[in-house]
Every structure is written in structure tokens, then in C-alpha cells.
Design a protein around this ligand. Structure first.
Ligand code: AMP
Length: 188
């Protein structure tokens, strides 16, 4: 039973690693970015609202994001654990997640921080933009997303560090190598 978060700057490889960790641990991955992208593709009301922010590399407002996560965490499949990828990204989202988990009588076991330096991130994201045609992956938007991470999400990491539940892993290297590093670093 594992309840964990994966946090890191855009391009650190969170989504790729989250899928692999979830397979090993047998828990569902919940990616707010993926949920937004699916809604944008279907042009749902949520998708139309979110797209105004995601296209510019800004965060979707906490009220919208929090409601979406609250709903997702009420599903049966998260009862025995989950891996949240891309949430919480603001201090207000941390507070909301605390409330959601407390109401469910559970708490987080570990926050996995995946690190990489900025120039590596920019070049990875530019490569991904070409491969996947993501509309939030132009160079200007990428640099803006990195600034947003430093301003709004780095404080989230500090908060969890104060709680003593952060495990830091270097995201630089091959995909398999990083997965092995993560699995070795995770508390038993
Ligand atoms: P990601 O794939 O996690 O990088 O997310 C892509 C985009 O979705 C972000 O740049 C934000 O615009 C939006 N997004 C994802 N997760 C969140 C969140 N927790 N809070 C606000 N916006 C988010």
C-alpha cells in the first residue's frame, strides 16, 4: 500500500517514470496534466477552461484543479494506494490535498522529487514538442513553465521536506537507469 507523489520540473520525466513505478507497485497513476489533456482533446467544459491556461504554460486555477483531484480520489481504485503526478503544484493545493486525505483517514507515505538541470529540461521538452506536437511546448512557453515551477512548485517541495517525506532522485540518464534509481531509493 503506497500513497505517493512524484514532483519535478517539466521535462524531468515524471510521466514516464510514474507509469513504470505504478506498474511495479500496482497502484494507479493520477496525472492532472493527462486529465487536462484528455478533456482538452474532447473539448469538454473543463477542457475548454483548462486550455486557456495550459496553452500559455500557466497553472490552471486551484479551484478547478482541486475539484478535479477531489473527485478522482473518491474512486474505489485509489483505496489501496496511488501515485499523483503533477499535483499538488501550489501551496494551496497541498493544503487541499491534506484535507482530502485527512477526510479519507489516510496520509502520504513519500514524495519523490525528480531533479534535472534547466538546460537539459529545455532540450528534452523541445524534443518532445517535435515528437508529440504538444501545444504547450514552444521554447518561450517551456521557459515560462520552468519559471512557474520555480515560483509556485518549489515551495511545495520545501513544505514536504519540512515533513521529512521527500526522496530526491537524479532524473538525468537513461529511462531504465532512472527507474532503477527510483526503485532503489524508495522506502521499503
Ligand atoms: P504536466 O503534463 O503535468 O506538465 O501538465 C501540463 C499542464 O497542465 C501544466 O502546464 C498546467 O497548465 C496544467 N496542470 C497540470 N497539473 C496542474 C496542477 N496541479 N495545477 C494547475 N495546473 C496544472
Amino acid at each position: 500500500m503506497t500513497r505517493m507523489l512524484i514532483i519535478g520540473p517539466p521535462g524531468a520525466g515524471k510521466g514516464t517514470q510514474a507509469a513504470r513505478i505504478c506498474e511495479r507497485l500496482g497502484v494507479p497513476a493520477i496525472s492532472t496534466g493527462d486529465i487536462f489533456r484528455a478533456n482538452i482533446k474532447e473539448q469538454t467544459e473543463l477542457g475548454k477552461e483548462a486550455q486557456r491556461y495550459t496553452d500559455a504554460g500557466n497553472l490552471v486555477p486551484d479551484s478547478v484543479t482541486n475539484n478535479m483531484v477531489r473527485d478522482r480520489l473518491s474512486h474505489d481504485d485509489v483505496r489501496d494506494g496511488f501515485l499523483l503526478d503533477g499535483y499538488p503544484r501550489t501551496v494551496a493545493q497541498v493544503r487541499e490535498l491534506d484535507r482530502i486525505l485527512e477526510a479519507n483517514g489516510v496520509s502520504l507515505d513519500v514524495v519523490l522529487l525528480l531533479t534535472a538541470d534547466n538546460e537539459e529540461l529545455v532540450s528534452r521538452l523541445l524534443g518532445r514538442a517535435q515528437d508529440q506536437g504538444r501545444t504547450d511546448d514552444t521554447e518561450d512557453v517551456i521557459r515560462h513553465r520552468l519559471d512557474v515551477y520555480d515560483e509556485q512548485t518549489a515551495p511545495v517541495v520545501e513544505l514536504y521536506e519540512d515533513r521529512g517525506i521527500v526522496t530526491r532522485v537524479d532524473g538525468l540518464g537513461g529511462i531504465d537507469e532512472v527507474t532503477e534509481r527510483i526503485l532503489a531509493a524508495l522506502p521499503a
